[in-house]
Design a protein around this ligand. Sequence first.
Ligand code: FMN
Length: 404
Amino acid sequence: MGMLRTFRSVVQFDSITLDRVERRLKKAACIDDYRRIAKRRLPFGVFDYIDGGAEDERTLARNVTTFADLEFKPRVLRDVSNIDTSTTIFGRPAAMPLILAPTGFTRIAHSQGELAVARAAAQAGLPWSLSTMGTRSIEEVAAVSDGEKWFQVYTWKDRGLVEDLIKRAKASGFTAIWLTVDTAVLGRRERDVRRGMTLPPKVGLGTLVDGAIHPSWTIDFLRNDPITFANVVGKNVEDGSTAVSLAEHVARQFDQALSWDDIDWLRSIWDGPIVLKGIQTVADAKQAVAMGVEGIGLSNHGGRQLDDAPAPISLVEPVRQELGDSGTIICDGGARRGSDIVKAIALGADAVSIGRPYFYALGAGGERGVAHMLNFMREGLERTMALSGVRSVQEIERKLVRWK
Ligand SMILES: Cc1cc2nc3c(=O)[nH]c(=O)nc-3n(C[C@H](O)[C@H](O)[C@H](O)COP(=O)(O)O)c2cc1C
Protein backbone atom coordinates (compact mmCIF):
# COMPACT_ATOMS: atom_id res chain seq x y z
CA MET A 1 0.00 0.00 0.00
CA GLY A 2 2.70 2.39 1.12
CA MET A 3 4.69 1.65 -1.97
CA LEU A 4 1.72 2.32 -4.22
CA ARG A 5 1.14 5.66 -2.51
CA THR A 6 4.77 6.63 -3.03
CA PHE A 7 4.52 5.56 -6.68
CA ARG A 8 1.38 7.68 -7.15
CA SER A 9 3.01 10.70 -5.61
CA VAL A 10 5.95 10.66 -8.00
CA VAL A 11 4.28 9.52 -11.21
CA GLN A 12 1.79 11.80 -12.83
CA PHE A 13 -0.08 10.32 -15.72
CA ASP A 14 -0.75 12.75 -18.50
CA SER A 15 -4.40 12.99 -19.35
CA ILE A 16 -4.69 10.80 -22.41
CA THR A 17 -5.03 12.92 -25.52
CA LEU A 18 -7.51 11.43 -27.91
CA ASP A 19 -6.95 13.97 -30.64
CA ARG A 20 -4.40 12.36 -32.95
CA VAL A 21 -3.03 15.59 -34.40
CA GLU A 22 -2.54 17.04 -30.93
CA ARG A 23 -0.87 13.84 -29.77
CA ARG A 24 1.57 14.04 -32.66
CA LEU A 25 2.31 17.73 -32.16
CA LYS A 26 2.92 17.32 -28.44
CA LYS A 27 6.00 15.34 -29.38
CA ALA A 28 7.39 18.08 -31.60
CA ALA A 29 9.92 20.08 -29.59
CA CYS A 30 11.96 21.50 -32.48
CA ILE A 31 11.93 21.75 -36.29
CA ASP A 32 13.74 18.47 -36.67
CA ASP A 33 10.83 16.81 -34.86
CA TYR A 34 8.24 18.16 -37.35
CA ARG A 35 10.57 16.91 -40.06
CA ARG A 36 10.72 13.43 -38.51
CA ILE A 37 6.93 13.24 -38.16
CA ALA A 38 6.45 14.45 -41.75
CA LYS A 39 8.96 11.89 -42.96
CA ARG A 40 6.96 9.11 -41.33
CA ARG A 41 3.64 10.29 -42.73
CA LEU A 42 4.47 11.41 -46.28
CA PRO A 43 5.31 9.17 -49.24
CA PHE A 44 9.07 8.91 -49.79
CA GLY A 45 8.97 10.87 -53.06
CA VAL A 46 6.93 13.69 -51.51
CA PHE A 47 9.16 13.96 -48.47
CA ASP A 48 12.30 14.03 -50.59
CA TYR A 49 10.85 16.74 -52.87
CA ILE A 50 10.38 18.94 -49.79
CA ASP A 51 13.50 17.99 -47.86
CA GLY A 52 16.03 17.67 -50.66
CA GLY A 53 18.51 20.08 -52.21
CA ALA A 54 20.71 20.37 -55.27
CA GLU A 55 23.56 17.99 -56.15
CA ASP A 56 25.62 17.06 -53.07
CA GLU A 57 23.35 19.13 -50.82
CA ARG A 58 26.33 20.95 -49.31
CA THR A 59 24.64 24.35 -49.53
CA LEU A 60 21.48 22.86 -48.05
CA ALA A 61 23.49 21.68 -45.05
CA ARG A 62 25.59 24.84 -44.71
CA ASN A 63 22.55 27.11 -44.75
CA VAL A 64 21.68 25.54 -41.40
CA THR A 65 25.11 24.86 -39.89
CA THR A 66 26.49 28.36 -40.55
CA PHE A 67 24.07 29.70 -37.93
CA ALA A 68 25.98 27.53 -35.44
CA ASP A 69 29.19 29.43 -36.26
CA LEU A 70 27.74 32.43 -34.45
CA GLU A 71 27.96 32.82 -30.73
CA PHE A 72 26.06 35.23 -28.48
CA LYS A 73 27.64 37.78 -26.20
CA PRO A 74 24.70 37.85 -23.82
CA ARG A 75 24.16 40.76 -21.43
CA VAL A 76 22.59 40.15 -18.04
CA LEU A 77 20.73 42.15 -15.38
CA ARG A 78 18.72 44.11 -17.88
CA ASP A 79 15.11 43.74 -16.69
CA VAL A 80 13.72 41.55 -19.42
CA SER A 81 10.26 41.29 -17.87
CA ASN A 82 8.72 42.77 -21.03
CA ILE A 83 9.87 41.40 -24.34
CA ASP A 84 8.51 42.90 -27.56
CA THR A 85 9.17 40.87 -30.72
CA SER A 86 7.15 43.10 -33.04
CA THR A 87 8.61 44.95 -35.99
CA THR A 88 7.65 46.55 -39.29
CA ILE A 89 8.52 45.23 -42.73
CA PHE A 90 8.05 47.70 -45.60
CA GLY A 91 6.28 49.92 -43.11
CA ARG A 92 3.69 47.30 -42.22
CA PRO A 93 3.45 45.67 -38.80
CA ALA A 94 4.59 42.08 -38.19
CA ALA A 95 4.47 40.18 -34.91
CA MET A 96 8.08 39.08 -35.43
CA PRO A 97 10.78 39.67 -38.05
CA LEU A 98 9.73 36.40 -39.70
CA ILE A 99 8.18 35.77 -43.12
CA LEU A 100 6.82 32.55 -44.58
CA ALA A 101 8.67 32.10 -47.90
CA PRO A 102 6.88 30.96 -51.07
CA THR A 103 6.82 27.25 -51.82
CA GLY A 104 5.45 25.56 -54.90
CA PHE A 105 3.13 22.59 -54.72
CA THR A 106 2.28 23.12 -51.06
CA ARG A 107 -0.79 20.87 -51.23
CA ILE A 108 1.51 17.93 -51.71
CA ALA A 109 2.06 17.85 -47.93
CA HIS A 110 -1.61 18.31 -46.98
CA SER A 111 -4.81 18.85 -48.95
CA GLN A 112 -5.40 22.23 -47.30
CA GLY A 113 -1.98 23.36 -48.53
CA GLU A 114 -1.66 27.13 -48.94
CA LEU A 115 -4.99 27.77 -47.22
CA ALA A 116 -3.71 26.15 -44.03
CA VAL A 117 -0.36 27.95 -44.09
CA ALA A 118 -1.91 31.35 -44.94
CA ARG A 119 -4.46 31.03 -42.12
CA ALA A 120 -1.84 30.05 -39.54
CA ALA A 121 0.44 32.90 -40.63
CA ALA A 122 -2.39 35.47 -40.44
CA GLN A 123 -3.30 34.18 -36.99
CA ALA A 124 0.33 34.61 -35.89
CA GLY A 125 0.51 38.12 -37.40
CA LEU A 126 3.20 37.22 -39.96
CA PRO A 127 3.57 37.89 -43.69
CA TRP A 128 2.99 34.82 -45.85
CA SER A 129 3.93 34.30 -49.49
CA LEU A 130 2.14 32.57 -52.35
CA SER A 131 4.26 30.98 -55.09
CA THR A 132 3.56 31.30 -58.81
CA MET A 133 3.65 27.49 -58.62
CA GLY A 134 1.12 27.52 -55.78
CA THR A 135 -1.64 24.95 -55.62
CA ARG A 136 -4.35 27.32 -54.39
CA SER A 137 -5.22 30.43 -56.35
CA ILE A 138 -4.59 34.05 -55.45
CA GLU A 139 -8.33 34.55 -54.92
CA GLU A 140 -8.78 31.36 -52.87
CA VAL A 141 -6.10 32.36 -50.34
CA ALA A 142 -7.27 35.97 -50.20
CA ALA A 143 -10.72 34.65 -49.24
CA VAL A 144 -9.40 32.87 -46.14
CA SER A 145 -6.68 35.26 -44.97
CA ASP A 146 -6.79 38.95 -44.24
CA GLY A 147 -3.18 38.75 -43.07
CA GLU A 148 -0.19 40.25 -44.86
CA LYS A 149 0.26 38.49 -48.21
CA TRP A 150 3.18 38.61 -50.66
CA PHE A 151 3.20 37.15 -54.16
CA GLN A 152 6.22 35.38 -55.64
CA VAL A 153 6.84 35.83 -59.35
CA TYR A 154 8.59 33.43 -61.67
CA THR A 155 8.93 35.11 -65.03
CA TRP A 156 7.31 32.95 -67.64
CA LYS A 157 8.17 33.46 -71.27
CA ASP A 158 4.57 34.62 -71.63
CA ARG A 159 4.83 38.04 -69.95
CA GLY A 160 1.14 38.73 -70.45
CA LEU A 161 0.42 35.88 -68.09
CA VAL A 162 2.79 37.31 -65.45
CA GLU A 163 1.15 40.73 -65.75
CA ASP A 164 -2.22 39.13 -65.30
CA LEU A 165 -1.05 37.32 -62.12
CA ILE A 166 0.37 40.54 -60.68
CA LYS A 167 -2.85 42.45 -61.39
CA ARG A 168 -4.85 39.72 -59.68
CA ALA A 169 -2.50 39.78 -56.68
CA LYS A 170 -2.92 43.54 -56.44
CA ALA A 171 -6.70 43.27 -56.64
CA SER A 172 -6.66 40.64 -53.89
CA GLY A 173 -4.70 42.83 -51.47
CA PHE A 174 -1.19 41.37 -51.78
CA THR A 175 1.32 43.98 -50.62
CA ALA A 176 4.78 42.91 -51.83
CA ILE A 177 6.34 40.95 -54.69
CA TRP A 178 9.21 38.52 -54.50
CA LEU A 179 10.90 38.24 -57.90
CA THR A 180 12.82 34.97 -57.83
CA VAL A 181 16.11 35.47 -59.66
CA ASP A 182 17.99 32.25 -58.88
CA THR A 183 16.01 29.90 -61.11
CA ALA A 184 17.05 30.56 -64.71
CA VAL A 185 17.14 26.78 -64.95
CA LEU A 186 16.19 24.29 -62.28
CA GLY A 187 18.92 23.00 -59.95
CA ARG A 188 19.66 19.30 -60.16
CA ARG A 189 17.81 17.75 -57.24
CA GLU A 190 19.16 14.27 -57.31
CA ARG A 191 16.66 12.77 -54.89
CA ASP A 192 13.91 13.73 -57.36
CA VAL A 193 15.93 12.33 -60.26
CA ARG A 194 16.35 9.03 -58.43
CA ARG A 195 12.68 8.78 -57.53
CA GLY A 196 11.46 9.94 -60.95
CA MET A 197 9.50 12.61 -59.09
CA THR A 198 6.85 14.40 -61.12
CA LEU A 199 4.26 17.01 -60.20
CA PRO A 200 1.59 15.95 -59.59
CA PRO A 201 2.96 12.58 -58.47
CA LYS A 202 2.51 9.99 -61.21
CA VAL A 203 0.83 6.80 -60.12
CA GLY A 204 3.00 3.83 -60.98
CA LEU A 205 3.89 0.63 -59.18
CA GLY A 206 6.44 2.41 -56.99
CA THR A 207 4.06 5.19 -55.98
CA LEU A 208 1.27 2.68 -55.32
CA VAL A 209 3.47 0.84 -52.84
CA ASP A 210 4.67 4.15 -51.39
CA GLY A 211 1.03 5.31 -51.07
CA ALA A 212 -0.02 2.08 -49.38
CA ILE A 213 2.77 2.43 -46.79
CA HIS A 214 1.53 5.99 -46.05
CA PRO A 215 -2.25 5.52 -46.00
CA SER A 216 -3.30 8.72 -44.21
CA TRP A 217 -1.57 10.88 -46.84
CA THR A 218 -3.03 8.73 -49.65
CA ILE A 219 -6.58 8.98 -48.31
CA ASP A 220 -6.23 12.77 -47.90
CA PHE A 221 -4.81 13.03 -51.45
CA LEU A 222 -7.54 10.89 -53.07
CA ARG A 223 -10.43 12.48 -51.19
CA ASN A 224 -9.65 16.02 -52.30
CA ASP A 225 -9.72 17.89 -55.58
CA PRO A 226 -6.73 17.26 -57.82
CA ILE A 227 -3.54 19.24 -57.22
CA THR A 228 -2.87 21.78 -59.98
CA PHE A 229 -0.90 24.99 -60.43
CA ALA A 230 -4.09 26.78 -59.39
CA ASN A 231 -3.09 30.24 -60.61
CA VAL A 232 -2.65 29.24 -64.22
CA VAL A 233 -5.36 26.60 -64.67
CA GLY A 234 -6.84 26.84 -68.14
CA LYS A 235 -4.15 29.26 -69.31
CA ASN A 236 -1.87 28.52 -72.20
CA VAL A 237 0.79 26.85 -70.04
CA GLU A 238 1.06 23.53 -68.28
CA ASP A 239 -1.19 23.78 -65.26
CA GLY A 240 -0.12 20.63 -63.49
CA SER A 241 -3.08 18.60 -64.67
CA THR A 242 -0.66 16.28 -66.45
CA ALA A 243 2.42 14.90 -64.73
CA VAL A 244 5.61 16.66 -65.79
CA SER A 245 8.97 16.67 -64.11
CA LEU A 246 9.62 20.05 -62.55
CA ALA A 247 12.90 20.45 -64.45
CA GLU A 248 11.16 19.97 -67.82
CA HIS A 249 8.44 22.39 -66.83
CA VAL A 250 10.90 25.10 -65.82
CA ALA A 251 12.96 24.62 -68.98
CA ARG A 252 9.88 25.05 -71.17
CA GLN A 253 8.03 27.84 -69.38
CA PHE A 254 10.56 30.04 -67.56
CA ASP A 255 12.37 32.87 -69.30
CA GLN A 256 16.11 32.22 -69.24
CA ALA A 257 16.69 35.68 -70.76
CA LEU A 258 15.53 37.45 -67.56
CA SER A 259 17.93 40.33 -66.84
CA TRP A 260 18.31 43.59 -64.92
CA ASP A 261 16.31 45.33 -67.68
CA ASP A 262 13.26 43.40 -66.57
CA ILE A 263 13.28 45.11 -63.16
CA ASP A 264 12.00 48.26 -64.89
CA TRP A 265 9.31 46.21 -66.60
CA LEU A 266 8.21 44.77 -63.25
CA ARG A 267 8.22 48.27 -61.77
CA SER A 268 5.95 49.47 -64.57
CA ILE A 269 3.26 46.95 -63.62
CA TRP A 270 3.64 46.87 -59.81
CA ASP A 271 3.81 49.94 -57.58
CA GLY A 272 4.50 48.22 -54.23
CA PRO A 273 7.76 46.93 -52.75
CA ILE A 274 9.81 44.44 -54.79
CA VAL A 275 12.16 41.91 -53.21
CA LEU A 276 14.77 40.19 -55.39
CA LYS A 277 14.80 36.63 -54.09
CA GLY A 278 18.10 34.89 -54.70
CA ILE A 279 20.70 37.65 -54.32
CA GLN A 280 24.00 35.92 -53.47
CA THR A 281 26.70 38.60 -53.72
CA VAL A 282 27.39 42.07 -52.37
CA ALA A 283 27.74 43.33 -55.96
CA ASP A 284 24.21 42.25 -56.96
CA ALA A 285 22.72 43.63 -53.74
CA LYS A 286 24.36 46.97 -54.53
CA GLN A 287 23.06 46.99 -58.09
CA ALA A 288 19.54 46.11 -56.94
CA VAL A 289 19.40 49.01 -54.50
CA ALA A 290 20.92 51.35 -57.09
CA MET A 291 18.00 50.42 -59.35
CA GLY A 292 15.51 51.32 -56.64
CA VAL A 293 14.65 47.79 -55.52
CA GLU A 294 13.35 47.90 -51.94
CA GLY A 295 14.12 44.38 -50.76
CA ILE A 296 17.21 42.16 -50.93
CA GLY A 297 16.29 38.51 -50.49
CA LEU A 298 19.58 36.85 -49.58
CA SER A 299 18.80 33.35 -50.69
CA ASN A 300 19.98 30.26 -52.53
CA HIS A 301 16.47 28.82 -52.76
CA GLY A 302 17.01 26.69 -49.67
CA GLY A 303 19.99 24.94 -51.26
CA ARG A 304 17.85 23.71 -54.15
CA GLN A 305 19.59 25.54 -57.00
CA LEU A 306 23.37 26.12 -57.17
CA ASP A 307 25.26 23.82 -54.83
CA ASP A 308 28.18 25.52 -53.07
CA ALA A 309 26.38 28.85 -53.19
CA PRO A 310 27.05 30.79 -49.97
CA ALA A 311 24.85 30.42 -46.89
CA PRO A 312 22.55 33.48 -46.67
CA ILE A 313 23.50 34.19 -43.05
CA SER A 314 27.13 34.61 -44.14
CA LEU A 315 26.09 37.39 -46.56
CA VAL A 316 24.01 39.49 -44.19
CA GLU A 317 26.82 41.48 -42.65
CA PRO A 318 28.83 42.28 -45.81
CA VAL A 319 25.66 43.28 -47.64
CA ARG A 320 24.48 45.47 -44.76
CA GLN A 321 27.89 47.12 -44.63
CA GLU A 322 27.72 47.90 -48.34
CA LEU A 323 24.13 49.20 -48.24
CA GLY A 324 24.32 51.21 -45.04
CA ASP A 325 20.79 52.04 -43.94
CA SER A 326 19.20 51.57 -47.34
CA GLY A 327 17.35 48.43 -48.43
CA THR A 328 15.35 45.85 -46.51
CA ILE A 329 17.46 42.71 -46.10
CA ILE A 330 15.74 39.36 -45.76
CA CYS A 331 17.86 36.37 -44.76
CA ASP A 332 16.23 33.35 -46.42
CA GLY A 333 17.28 29.79 -45.72
CA GLY A 334 18.50 27.60 -42.89
CA ALA A 335 16.77 29.31 -39.96
CA ARG A 336 15.42 26.67 -37.62
CA ARG A 337 15.02 28.48 -34.29
CA GLY A 338 14.10 31.82 -32.78
CA SER A 339 17.77 32.24 -31.90
CA ASP A 340 18.60 32.16 -35.64
CA ILE A 341 16.30 35.15 -36.13
CA VAL A 342 18.18 37.07 -33.43
CA LYS A 343 21.52 36.25 -35.09
CA ALA A 344 20.38 37.45 -38.52
CA ILE A 345 18.94 40.69 -37.11
CA ALA A 346 22.14 41.31 -35.14
CA LEU A 347 24.21 41.07 -38.33
CA GLY A 348 21.97 43.60 -40.08
CA ALA A 349 18.97 41.77 -41.58
CA ASP A 350 15.47 43.21 -41.23
CA ALA A 351 13.74 39.85 -41.27
CA VAL A 352 14.27 36.13 -41.77
CA SER A 353 12.20 33.87 -43.99
CA ILE A 354 11.56 30.14 -43.74
CA GLY A 355 10.37 27.45 -46.15
CA ARG A 356 10.89 23.87 -45.01
CA PRO A 357 10.04 24.49 -41.33
CA TYR A 358 6.40 25.23 -42.20
CA PHE A 359 6.29 22.61 -44.97
CA TYR A 360 7.35 19.90 -42.47
CA ALA A 361 4.86 21.20 -39.90
CA LEU A 362 2.09 21.16 -42.52
CA GLY A 363 2.88 17.52 -43.27
CA ALA A 364 3.02 16.73 -39.56
CA GLY A 365 -0.27 18.33 -38.55
CA GLY A 366 -1.93 20.53 -41.19
CA GLU A 367 -2.90 24.04 -40.15
CA ARG A 368 -2.50 23.19 -36.47
CA GLY A 369 0.99 21.91 -37.22
CA VAL A 370 1.97 25.21 -38.83
CA ALA A 371 0.47 27.19 -35.93
CA HIS A 372 2.35 24.98 -33.46
CA MET A 373 5.62 25.57 -35.34
CA LEU A 374 5.14 29.35 -35.53
CA ASN A 375 4.52 29.36 -31.80
CA PHE A 376 7.76 27.41 -31.31
CA MET A 377 9.61 30.09 -33.31
CA ARG A 378 7.99 32.91 -31.35
CA GLU A 379 8.81 31.34 -27.97
CA GLY A 380 12.37 30.74 -29.12
CA LEU A 381 12.74 34.35 -30.21
CA GLU A 382 11.34 35.65 -26.92
CA ARG A 383 13.50 33.30 -24.85
CA THR A 384 16.68 34.16 -26.76
CA MET A 385 15.98 37.87 -26.38
CA ALA A 386 15.42 37.46 -22.63
CA LEU A 387 18.54 35.33 -22.16
CA SER A 388 20.71 37.70 -24.15
CA GLY A 389 19.39 40.86 -22.53
CA VAL A 390 17.42 42.56 -25.31
CA ARG A 391 13.84 43.73 -24.93
CA SER A 392 12.94 44.75 -28.45
CA VAL A 393 13.98 44.00 -32.02
CA GLN A 394 15.52 47.49 -32.18
CA GLU A 395 17.81 46.57 -29.28
CA ILE A 396 19.31 43.63 -31.18
CA GLU A 397 22.69 45.08 -32.10
CA ARG A 398 25.76 43.89 -33.99
CA LYS A 399 27.73 43.45 -30.78
CA LEU A 400 25.25 40.84 -29.53
CA VAL A 401 26.93 38.13 -31.64
CA ARG A 402 30.37 37.15 -32.84
CA TRP A 403 31.64 34.64 -35.36
CA LYS A 404 33.36 31.81 -33.51
C1 FMN B 1 9.44 22.35 -51.25
C2 FMN B 1 9.93 23.71 -51.60
C3 FMN B 1 9.37 24.40 -52.66
C4 FMN B 1 9.81 25.69 -52.98
N1 FMN B 1 9.19 26.38 -53.99
C5 FMN B 1 9.58 27.65 -54.26
C6 FMN B 1 8.90 28.43 -55.24
O1 FMN B 1 7.94 27.99 -55.85
N2 FMN B 1 9.36 29.70 -55.47
C7 FMN B 1 10.42 30.25 -54.80
O2 FMN B 1 10.79 31.37 -55.05
N3 FMN B 1 11.06 29.53 -53.84
C8 FMN B 1 10.65 28.27 -53.55
N4 FMN B 1 11.29 27.56 -52.56
C9 FMN B 1 12.37 28.21 -51.77
C10 FMN B 1 11.79 28.88 -50.53
O3 FMN B 1 11.05 30.02 -50.88
C11 FMN B 1 12.91 29.35 -49.59
O4 FMN B 1 13.84 30.09 -50.32
C12 FMN B 1 13.65 28.21 -48.90
O5 FMN B 1 12.77 27.17 -48.55
C13 FMN B 1 14.36 28.74 -47.66
O6 FMN B 1 15.14 27.77 -47.06
P1 FMN B 1 14.64 26.85 -45.83
O7 FMN B 1 13.78 25.79 -46.43
O8 FMN B 1 15.92 26.35 -45.27
O9 FMN B 1 13.89 27.72 -44.87
C14 FMN B 1 10.86 26.27 -52.23
C15 FMN B 1 11.43 25.56 -51.17
C16 FMN B 1 10.97 24.30 -50.84
C17 FMN B 1 11.59 23.59 -49.67
